[in-house]
Design a protein around this ligand. Sequence first.
Ligand code: ADP
Ligand code: MG
Length: 264
Amino acid sequence: MKIIAIANQKGGVGKTTTSVNLAASLAALGQKILLVDLDPQGNATTGSGIEKTALIQSVYHVLLGQAALNEVAIRSPAGDYLVLPANRELAGAEVELVDFPNREFQLRWALSSSSDAYDFVLIDCPPALNMLTVNGLAAAERVMIPMQCEYYALEGLSDLVQTIKRVRHHLNPQLEIEGLLRTMFDPRSQLAQQVSAQLEEHFGDKVYQTVIPRNIRLAEAPSHGKAAMHYEPNSKGALAYQELASELLRRQGPEQPPSPSEKE
Ligand code: ADP
Ligand code: MG
């Protein structure tokens, strides 16, 4: 089981779009997937076709130890993957977790109970470096960072890299950057081309070859409760995320040494 947190403290960079579309694309390649929605906005939940206001239990109850993960996870009606859903109730967890001595590890423990059930766990983090994101980073082995190639993107990235270093130091020594994903990319923009080149220069092959273009179908699909590949299969956005799923699987290939967590 590989656990990947999809994180960037900046909002609107494509975390949720990446989470949902990657989950559906990996599932279509035969992978067993759990998508964890860690954002009280519940966009990954809605985007997976699950009515968030009707939830009796959610990731909130799992984080607080009030429910087991496998009781709460539900299958996305449109895609062949499971979702640990979220809604606004999750916003309260931030405060309630304060009383927990090991509050940073609540998600990690919840996931450890089902370590063989999934090939990949994708964690859609909220747009903040808060206790929820820390739970995501403490549970993960890898961080995928979606980003737009804008002027301030690199600056925001250094804050995130610092946070990842702190989490590695204090909570999760095995945490690594899985990759940087260029999202909403417009090849006609000079600035986007420049920032993209800078990214490749600084981060080398940590930058995915796959680039996600700006594509209206990716923005429309969530209102239908579907990943783009189940809404408009031949759209550029749907195809790009399928390519990303293939690239991700290739990168997990035998050339990488097994991570220590696989012994757990
Ligand atoms: P985040 O989770 O980082 O806040 P979202 O995935 O919710 O970001 O994306 C922000 C907005 O941009 C949403 O309305 C989403 O539909 C839209 N969006 C995301 N990626 C793309 C894309 N590649 N092309 C067009 N629209 C996109
Ligand atoms: Mg989001």
